[in-house]
Design a protein around this ligand. Structure first.
Ligand code: F6P
Length: 364
């Protein structure tokens, strides 16, 4: 019997269940393959007692359109930085990766499929370097992983953000206001830029292009005539003013090492007021609405393709690789290449050129 263990790590994302289902469906066509799932990324392996579930055809039936992940996820800790409480009450981290690999051997696991974004794939690479048979699947709504044309979940987030812009346009127009909508995107502005183009926003501010507040103010003023008019701004959570830093929220969750971003929209409103912008403004923070709910058809299809290809990589023993979409093919790329540099928006990107052509102000 060959045994594959699936773990989903990092923030959840629409399409995770569709990937899991596709792996199980493809595996069911081969003799002697068992698919297992570790609850909450690798926690399920490391916990005592461990929490591992059998993923068979019955278990994955109908999950392809369910949001979230049936095997849960976490973006805290991990095998290389497992939080432990010290005697004085403070927290430290320990490396439990060797112990985890031993446990996986004891469980008879032949290979691991790690579905996750940049942070999870860094863990995958380190585990591969320690000898674990591991395959990565690129998951993030931010679409900031390179070596693949797209990550699953991204298009669903863009759809949700676009529908929100559509809604904000009608209320902004009724009240002659500026509506500023904050979307996810720590380092990459793909969600903001796509939603701005699709929704017809006036301004899109993204992490890659620190904005000049006066340029933003002038663009918004052009949308008003004698106090009549309206505008919609889409801003990434990771956007920052020229010479400034990202807007961060306090976070005391144990084992959570990312900066918790948030507040870029309200900061922009304060900056616009300080710069002398006179019209009424309101903010909307889309937050985790972008990560919840059913995946759109595009992401279900992409997830299905990733899942089937991933199982075939395991069949061939193609480990240390991440499944990747390179239109029109699904290929495998070394995980180390996929994490070498993030997929960021650049000035020469066609979508930036299109945005400028539409008259969207990028704050630069
Ligand atoms: O990495 C994906 C992401 O959606 C980021 O855009 C965002 O900053 C982060 O997850 C939020 O994660 P959490 O679920 O911990 O709030």
């Amino acid at each position: 019997m060959n045994r594959l263990l699936i773990a989903s790590g990092g923030g959840d994302c629409p399409g995770l269940n569709a990937v899991i289902r596709a792996i199980v469906h493809r595996a069911s066509q081969e003799k002697d393959w068992e698919i297992l799932g570790s609850i909450q990324a690798f926690n399920g392996v490391l916990w005592e007692p461990s929490e591992i579930v059998v993923l068979d055809m019955q278990k994955v039936s109908g999950i392809h359109f369910q949001g979230g992940t049936i095997i849960e996820t976490t973006n805290k800790g991990g095998p290389f930085a497992w939080p432990i409480k010290k005697k004085d009450g403070s927290w430290d981290v320990v490396d439990r990766s060797d112990e985890m690999i031993r446990k996986l051997q004891f469980m008879g696991i032949d290979g691991v499929i790690s579905i996750g974004g940049d942070g999870s794939q860094r863990i995958s690479q380190k585990l591969f370097e320690k000898g674990l048979n591991i395959i990565g699947v690129p998951k993030t709504i931010d679409n900031d992983l390179s070596s693949t044309d797209s990550t699953f979940g991204f298009q669903t987030a863009v759809q949700i953000a676009t529908e929100s812009v559509d809604k904000l346009v009608t209320t902004a127009a009724s009240h002659n206001r500026v509506l500023v909508m904050e979307v996810m995107g720590r380092d990459a502005g793909w969600i903001a830029l796509n939603a701005a183009v699709a929704g017809g926003a006036d301004v899109a501010l993204i992490p890659e292009f620190p904005y000049d507040i006066n340029i933003v103010k002038e663009a918004l003023e052009r949308r008003f005539h004698r106090d009549r008019g309206f505008a919609v701004v889409v801003i990434s959570e990771g956007a920052k003013p020229k010479g400034g830093v990202v807007s961060v929220r306090k976070n005391e969750e144990i084992g959570y090492n990312n900066l918790r971003l948030g507040g870029s929209a309200s900061r922009l409103i304060s900056e616009l007021k300080a710069a002398g912008f006179k019209q009424d403004m309101r903010e909307t923070v889309l937050g985790h609405l972008q990560r919840g709910g059913v995946p759109i058809a595009y992401d279900r299809v992409l997830s299905a393709q990733f899942g089937v290809k991933t199982f075939e990589m395991a069949l061939e023993g193609d480990y240390g690789k991440m499944v990747s979409y390179r239109h029109p093919k699904f290929i495998s790329v070394p995980i180390i290449d996929a994490i070498a540099a993030p997929n960021l928006v650049t000035e020469d990107n066609q979508l930036v050129i299109t945005s400028k052509g539409l008259g969207i102000c990028l704050g630069i």
